[in-house]
Design a protein around this ligand. Structure first.
Ligand code: AMP
Ligand code: MN
Ligand code: MN
Ligand code: MN
Length: 277
């Protein structure tokens, strides 16, 4: 079964609208699909309607920005009720610091010789409440400062790069609670991307489990193949269900297109068994 439980639309930092993402997923053979925009559920009604019209299974999702041990961690919520008022309010609160942060990113970039970065990034941000580093990165590539988005993150915007502006996002406990209150299950997104040491990873997994977290992404566009095996072992060790997702943002970006994911390593429990009837 072709499953893709992590991707983005213009409602956050993707380049296709929710219905375009649905059509592309369906064309790529996806049979069960989740749209997981950053800190925003505004695309899910259109995504669900389109998935329904093409006969593709749909799981409503979201990817919540969290700060844990001073670093950003992403928690995907799957199977949420996207009309849940507390969830909608909470996500609005998570998004609220983004505008001020964008101005600070722009100032930091100005100090590195990139002028007018905010003015450059804003036209790429299709949701005014969700100006993200991805939008700055698209501008820096278009303006010729870098040749790829990846290069922008290594030279300017990545967590270790000079124009990185730290943020206080939601706490891990808040994100899991909001997801659970809305009837969903919490999943640790792309664990292989976090620059934690072993003790910090243990604390993340233990805390997540204690708070009722259910799943972990094992196969994702953010993992190298050896990490599929590594995080399958973590899933087994902690009793987490395994998730898969391309983290697709647009046709010209990222390593994996929608649905073009290798199979899960054997011996893990696929989280999507929850939504198969
Ligand atoms: P933000 O929520 O504004 O901090 O932006 C985070 C987004 O930037 C992620 O969801 C990715 O889409 C993108 N991103 C982060 N790190 C990288 C990277 N190293 N290479 C490419 N994209 C990245
Ligand atoms: Mn993103
Ligand atoms: Mn993410
Ligand atoms: Mn993502």
């Amino acid at each position: 079964m072709i499953v893709d439980l992590h991707c983005h639309s213009t409602v956050s930092d993707g380049v296709l609208t929710p219905d375009q993402v649905a059509y592309r997923a369906h064309q790529n053979g996806v049979e069960l699909w989740a749209l997981t925009d950053h800190d925003e559920v505004g695309g899910l009604a259109l995504a669900e309607e389109t998935a329904h019209n093409v006969g593709m299974g749909f799981v409503p999702g979201v990817e919540i920005s969290v700060t844990f041990l001073g670093k950003t961690v992403h928690i995907v919520g799957l199977g949420i009720d996207y009309t849940h008022p507390e969830l909608i309010d909470a996500l609005r609160y998570v998004r609220s610091g983004r505008w001020q942060r964008a101005q600070r990113i722009s100032d930091a970039l100005a100090g590195m010789g990139v002028s007018q970065a905010l003015e450059g990034a804003v036209p790429y941000a299709t949701n005014p409440e969700l100006v993200s580093r991805t939008h700055f990165a698209r501008f820096l590539v278009a303006a010729g400062y870098c040749s790829t988005i990846q290069e922008v993150f290594s030279k300017y915007l990545g967590d270790q790069a000079p124009a990185f502006v730290p943020m206080q996002w939601a706490t891990l406990s808040e994100a899991i609670q909001w997801i659970q209150q809305a009837g969903g299950v919490a999943v640790i997104a792309h664990p292989g991307r976090y620059e934690f040491d072993t003790l910090q990873f243990d604390l993340l997994f233990d805390t997540f489990k204690d708070l009722g977290g259910a799943g972990i992404e094992v196969v994702t566009g953010s993992h190298a193949p050896h990490q599929y095996v590594q995080y399958a072992q973590i899933a087994k060790k902690y009793g987490f269900e395994a998730s898969v997702g391309s983290d697709f943002h647009g046709p010209a970006e990222g390593r994996l297109d929608l649905g073009q994911l290798p199979a899960l390593p054997s011996g893990v429990k696929p989280i999507w068994q929850r939504w198969l009837s």
